[in-house]
Design a protein around this ligand. Structure first.
Ligand SMILES: [Zn+2]
Length: 153
């Protein structure tokens, strides 16, 4: 029963919300495809993701020389690997992890929406997408960041 950003339960009593599994990286209620919360150095323009406050790793500018920047969540798949056995919680094997170079420059690792690497090629265009990972104890929908293939190289 999704209606916009707020999801109401079947009973109509409780109001539940979308919650980001990693709110420091993306907003659960942003535009689609979701923007990523990156950072940029005001001195040299270096763009990075995930955000941090250690100072610029390129020019050495101090932490107060960094500013938040929204990344479009689009990039190119460089390499990928399918995980066939995984004991951790939150994701069921098989799943495929990609090394992605975002259009703004940062290289990241992210889980892809396709479970196996069938049909994937280095150079494919990908974009960010939020998928429902489960619910918390209050019935809120937990969304996690994934990347999906949108085109060939
Ligand atoms: Zn810098």
């Amino acid at each position: 029963m999704a209606s916009g950003k707020i999801l109401s339960s079947e009973k109509g009593t409780a109001i539940t919300m979308r919650i980001a599994a990693h709110p420091q990286l993306y907003s659960p209620d942003g535009p689609a495809p979701p923007e990523l919360k990156g950072g940029r150095c005001r001195s040299c323009g270096y763009v990075f993701f995930p955000p941090h406050r250690y100072g610029c790793e390129v020019c050495g500018a101090p932490p107060d020389g960094l500013e938040p920047v929204s990344l479009a969540g689009r990039g190119v798949l460089r390499s990928f690997a399918t995980v066939h056995f995984h004991q951790g919680a939150g994701i069921e094997a098989p799943f495929t992890v990609g090394s992605i170079v975002l259009d703004e420059g940062p290289a990241i690792h992210a889980v892809l929406t396709c479970r196996t690497d069938e049909g994937l090629r280095s150079g494919d265009r990908v974009r960010s997408i939020l998928v429902t990972q489960g619910q918390d104890g209050s019935g809120n929908e937990i969304v996690e960041l994934r990347f999906e293939k949108i085109g060939e190289r």
